[in-house]
Design a protein around this ligand. Structure first.
Ligand code: NOJ
Length: 745
């Protein structure tokens, strides 16, 4: 709806100055070198193609990825600057998803903070460390809206909602990039995967996505648009077919939407090998045709498929493409290098990283982010917070002392996990208590992950035998039996979510639920801490375990943050950024559905499924605190508002409990009729606030054309209907405090 601001251009240099320098560079570059700038070379052993250094020396590389070695960065940069024909510095790129050395909660967890300061500060630290290591560019944030928790990469995004997703997208871009591309403590961000990757059929990774334009415009694209408006420098095209057109050859996405409609001025890199894959996907006839399709679609940089370097000269020679078209694709890459100051400062100080990672505020920021990300799902009888004078605590579960699971999925290459585990965090919190530990049976994927070989310390061990598993099970039960308080730490390992980590079930993997049942049968007070990167259908636990804390994959300080919350040194205030289904087979499940002719659902009469309620186990936006809040005095500034104008909504929120705490005040709307049918609820405002006991704050929201308009299938454009609206404000997507207003023509 809005005209976008210019992306990828925030720097002290004027546009004219940048253009002049880019013109001068292009004037001295051969066609081969221009194509080289469009080529991203893999620095890892598994990467195909000729040796990186040889490509760089002849001017055949614009960027290097899959390398995480400060010394090597300087060596390769020296080859580029001093030995290649035009001396153009390289951009070093890597996936820095939730921290470089200091690891932060995974992005899904950060979204659960419902506090944009969390991703912004976290990615600021990640950028500072990554840049100190010699990196210039991260492949993040991942902005794929996902409503199907089976999809493994849900862990990398902000969950199911476009409004929350857009806020988290902009915050991450600000964190990575700051507001000056020449800032030497920042990196370029990359909005990925454009677009629709989170909608793959049945959550199977890499499978095609079929998404109507209405859903694309209203649900999938808003976080990407928000990234453009926040000035994101680069985009990454997705792997899969979007409505039968691969995203990496999709002119509609890459040219019409991204450049023409949104005014994006940075550059687009493909996902790994995706240009070459246009052949495999049955779109391009051969690799030459794949290069042509990618280039014509406006895909600037080929991530390691070498389709561009192999074919572009021939495409230009035979006039399938002009050199001017190639130059237009090279320009934004050179412009970013100029704006970053790479020509003036191509190298990294090799001693810098050690100083930067020693900063105590980085670890503190990680602990703070983890505390704010955790979601209290259940707290029957106020079992939490636990008392610190407890004598004997048993910490049980396969993830309780796992650094990998604590730091979570997708570390940078070669990273050695160094997390405070939940066990270590609890031991540190309770120096005078006896804290015992048993892991219980191991958990593992049925089919191993390709990424296992790339992660430090994750070499495959042989699977436990049945006898070993039984012995571990019994040991865990006995450890629990001997304690006064049991803390179970269950969930998924880091490699159970992420790329190529989709699953058909959302149950606790392995024998974890069986163990939970056996421990619960002992009659001790049990707290369940979940470590996982996706919603899990913990239905039995929800009905039988008194206290459940969703800790996600909380990062380097995760165990301390869990202990802070369990023992009352921090108050949980996160909320679910995605609903938890009762069963994996209920996916995709999301709150912003349309009404149907049969909206009622009850255990007695449920038209959706006859074998159980289809409603979420825990709804979107849900989360408890150690205190309680009351919402009152909901006011809408006008009963009627004209199309194009705004109104204000205000509500009083009071802390009605005995301790200070945070509430996320959420506003949902429903347009009752119109050109198209609209979802029965849509998030259109939120604010996380802190209230002292008895304190009351008035929270206000603006609702204007951006919130009240939508992309209409019937009209084929953005519209705002004159219609009546419901509005709810409260603590989750089931909020009941209600008002109405009308939009008039
Ligand atoms: C493939 C993944 O889909 C993408 O997210 C990542 O950035 C690239 N590989 C580069 O590692």
């Amino acid at each position: 709806m809005n005209k976008a601001k210019k992306s990828g251009t925030t720097s002290a240099l004027s546009e004219a100055e940048v253009n002049k320098r880019v013109d001068a560079l292009l004037a001295r570059m051969s066609l081969e070198e221009k194509v080289g700038q469009l080529n991203q070379v893999g620095g890892a052993e598994f990467a195909p193609g000729p040796k990186a250094e040889d490509q760089i020396r002849k001017g055949g590389a614009g960027s290097v990825l899959w390398l995480n070695d400060t010394k090597k960065f300087n060596e390769l940069q020296k080859v580029a600057v001093e030995e290649s024909p035009s001396g153009i510095p390289l951009l070093f790129a890597l996936d820095v998803i939730h921290g470089y050395r200091t690891i932060f909660p995974v992005p899904l967890a950060m979204a659960a903070s419902w506090d944009p300061n969390v991703p912004e500060k976290s990615q600021t630290v990640a950028a500072r460390e990554a840049r100190a290591a010699g990196l210039h560019w991260t492949f993040g944030p991942m902005l794929d809206i996902c409503r199907d928790a089976r999809w493994g990469r849900i862990v990398e995004g902000a969950g199911e909602d476009p409004f929350l997703g857009a806020a988290m997208a902009a915050a991450q871009v600000r964190g990575f990039q700051g507001d000056d591309l020449a800032d030497s403590e920042r990196v370029l961000a990359c909005a990925k995967h454009f677009a629709g990757y989170g909608y793959s059929d049945a959550g199977r990774d890499y499978d095609p996505a079929y998404i109507s334009e209405t859903q694309l415009r209203n649900t999938v694209l808003p976080p990407f648009k928000a990234a453009v408006d926040a000035g994101v420098a680069t985009f990454m095209s997705a792997y899969m077919d979007l409505n039968d057109v691969p995203a990496s050859g999709n002119r509609w996405l890459l040219r019409q939407v991204l450049r023409e409609e949104w005014g994006f001025e940075g550059f687009v890199v493909s996902d790994a090998f995706a240009v070459g894959n246009l052949v495999i996907q049955g779109h391009a006839k051969d690799r030459r045709d794949a290069a042509l399709r990618g280039l014509k679609a406006g895909l600037n940089m080929d991530m390691s498929s070498y389709t561009y370097t192999e074919n572009t000269a021939d495409l230009v020679a035979k006039s399938d493409l002009s050199e001017a078209e190639i130059e237009a694709l090279v320009r934004p890459i050179l412009a970013l290098k100029v704006r970053m100051g790479l020509f003036e400062r191509p190298y990294v100080d090799e001693g810098l990283l050690d100083q930067v990672i020693a900063r105590p505020d980085h670890r503190e920021a990680s602990r703070w982010a983890a505390q704010r990300s955790m979601v209290l799902l259940k707290n029957e009888g106020g079992l939490l917070p636990l008392k610190k004078d407890v004598k004997k605590v048993a910490v049980i579960g396969p993830l309780a002392d796992s650094m990998q699971a604590t730091e979570g999925s997708w570390m940078v290459f070669g990273h050695t996990p160094a997390a405070v585990t939940v066990l270590a965090g609890i031991r540190a919190k309770l120096p005078n208590a006896e804290v015992t530990y048993a892991s219980g049976p191991e958990i593992r994927r049925d089919i191993p992950s390709w990424f296992e070989s790339m992660m430090a310390g994750q070499a495959s061990k042989p699977a436990q035998t049945q006898e070993e598993s039984d012995a571990a099970f019994q040991a865990a039960v006995e450890t629990a039996r001997a304690a006064d308080q049991v803390i179970m730490v269950l969930g998924e390992t880091d490699l159970m979510a992420g790329e190529a980590a989709s699953r058909a079930s959302l149950d606790l993997p392995g024998r974890q639920e069986e163990l939970l049942k056996a421990v619960a049968a002992l009659g001790k007070p049990v707290v369940l801490v979940l470590l996982n990167g996706r919603p899990l259908s913990v239905t039995w636990a929800a009905e039988n375990i008194p206290a459940i804390l969703e800790a996600w994959e909380p990062g380097s300080e995760g165990g301390n943050a869990v202990a802070d919350i369990l023992f009352g040194d921090a108050i949980p205030g996160g909320k679910l950024p995605v609903g938890f289904p009762r069963k994996g087979s209920h996916a995709p499940l999301y709150y912003a559905r349309n009404l149907t002719h049969s909206p009622e659902e009850s255990p007695m009469y449920n038209p959706r499924y006859w074998d159980g309620l289809p409603t979420p186990l825990y709804p979107f936006g849900y989360g408890l605190s150690y205190t309680t809040f009351a919402f009152s005095d909901l006011k809408v500034s006008a009963a009627q508002v004209k199309v194009g104008s705004s109104l204000t909504v205000s509500v009083d929120v009071t802390n009605t409990g005995a301790v200070a705490g945070d509430e996320v005040v959420q506003l949902y709307i429903h347009q009752k009729w119109g050109t198209d049918t609209r979802p029965m609820r849509e998030l259109k405002g939120f604010e996380r606030i802190t209230l002292q006991p008895g304190e009351c704050k008035t929270v206000t929201f603006e609702l204007g054309p951006d919130e009240l308009g939508y992309w209409s299938t019937n009209a084929g454009k953005w519209i705002q209907d004159p219609a009546s609206f419901d509005l709810w404000v409260g603590s989750d997507s089931l909020a009941t405090l209600h008002a109405e207003f009308e939009v008039i023509g």
